[in-house]
Design a protein around this ligand. Structure first.
Ligand code: S3P
Length: 429
């Protein structure tokens, strides 16, 4: 079992190349697999989660080469996948199982798919429902009216649907749009609260018959499209740890390079600005349909915020590190409307509260969020990651401001999204 040992830090200075965006890396491989011809992905994130996606599509007959941060996918078109000869395994990756299920639903063969212990506890009814409406057969483990992996999917002959998302979830939206690639007609997803739109942007980038109007995103099925070149920006969810680290550590200045600034993901910057953060974004550019820029962040005195409603899907993966920032902010921070946190890689409402409390934070668990009173002097302790990468990294950032030593146990999970996190943190100190 790996552990991370963090000490209170005086100052953080330097430049960081932020690793590629995880959400976009998954989607680039999946769309590349069903495009015709070669897709080249630059700044691909070779993390455990994305490599799980690569492995699943290799098992369905697609040749994929990963050389460092370059990934080459030899797509075989919409009808090019073949039945895998054994159960697909997505490891810890919720995005892989939910999005790949959308593509699998369009195939004329049977696929069994599962993942690790955490995946087998995450609800799959949210994708099974619309994919069944499109005509796919999906069976799984039934418990309390919910369906869990392992899933058995038999797809093919899909019909288009119009589907209003019952939860703000980019994974569900993407599963339906990806299944829509194989449906006979136009599939439409309606979302009332915007969630990340990387699938939509990539579908447009590939020229795959995608269209959007307000809350409606639609895809016309059975339109072949060619492979593309994709430049992936740095993952703002990974940058978030270093944004908060620099804000909380005295006398700090970090330059975070090439950070993705898709407006459906920049909630973290809006929230930190509202808290009083000194974050500058001098020049934005757009490549492969995704905006990005270098970001400068300096130590700041923070104040509390109230977070609820539309902002929540835009910060859903950053709430663990926002909670860390809130422990050092003046006043009471309240996060509501974030019940989805309970079904992430861990029950993040519970795990954030329990671990920050071990450091001495004043934090209360709410049914759909957290209440945090700041600022509090934190004191080093031994913390658990619960196998959740974002909990492990958020607690490492808390460790930078806690007196003495903080140990985070079971940190292998960091590999799922941010290989190289620990050496990077060491190098900046
Ligand atoms: C993701 C969507 C979000 C997010 C996850 C990645 C994606 O999940 O939490 O880390 O790449 O589509 P939900 O769709 O469940 O909100």
């Amino acid at each position: 079992m790996k552990s991370l040992h963090i000490h209170k830090t005086k100052s953080l200075k330097g430049q960081i190349g932020i690793p590629g965006d995880k959400s976009i890396s998954h989607r680039a491989v999946m769309l590349g697999a069903v495009a015709r011809g070669e897709t080249v992905v630059n700044n691909f994130l070779p993390s455990a989660d994305c490599l799980a996606t690569v492995e699943c599509f290799r098992r369905m007959g697609i040749e994929i080469k990963v050389k460092g941060m370059r990934c080459e996918v030899r797509g075989k078109g919409l009808k090019g996948l073949k039945a895998p000869n054994k159960m697909l395994n997505v490891g810890n990756s919720g995005t892989t199982i939910r999005l790949a299920s959308g593509i699998i639903a369009g195939q004329n063969f049977e696929v069994k798919i599962t993942g690790d212990e955490s995946i087998e506890k995450r609800p799959m009814g949210r994708i099974a429902k619309p994919l069944r409406l499109m005509g796919a057969s999906i069976e799984g483990v039934l418990k309390n009216n919910e369906i869990y992996a392992p899933l058995k999917i038999i797809g093919g002959n899909l019909k288009p649907i119009e589907y209003e998302l019952p939860v703000a979830s980019a994974q569900v939206k993407s599963a339906v749009l990806l299944a829509g690639l194989f449906a006979d007609g136009k599939t439409c997803v309606i979302e009332r609260m915007p969630s990340r739109d990387h699938t939509e942007r990539l579908l447009e980038h590939f020229g795959a018959g995608f269209d959007r109007a307000g809350e409606r995103a639609s895809i016309v099925g059975n339109c072949e499209f060619a492979g593309a070149e994709i430049d992936i920006p740095g993952d703002i969810s990974s940058a978030a740890f270093f944004l908060v680290a620099a804000l909380l550590t005295p006398d700090s200045e970090l330059h975070l390079l090439n950070v993705g600034l898709n407006p459906t993901r920049t909630g973290i910057i809006d929230v930190l600005h509202r808290m009083g953060a000194a974050i500058e974004i001098p020049r934005e550019r757009v490549l492969s349909a995704e905006p990005r820029a270098d970001i400068i962040v300096r130590s700041s005195e923070l104040r509390s915020v109230e977070l609820n409603g539309e902002i929540i899907p835009r910060i859903i993966d950053e709430i663990p590190v926002i909670a860390v920032a809130a422990t050092q902010a003046e006043g009471v921070t309240e996060i509501r409307g974030a019940k989805e946190l309970r079904i992430k890689e861990s029950d993040r409402i519970k795990t954030i509260a329990s671990e920050l409390r071990k450091l001495g934070a004043k934090i209360e668990e709410l049914e759909d969020g957290l209440r945090i009173e700041g600022p509090t002097k934190l004191k080093g302790a031994i913390l658990q990651s619960y196998g959740d990468h974002r909990i492990a990294m958020a607690m490492a950032i808390a460790g930078l401001v806690a007196e003495g030593e903080t140990t985070i146990e079971n940190t292998e999970c960091i590999e799922t999204s941010f290989p190289g996190f620990e050496p990077l943190l060491k190098e900046l100190r």
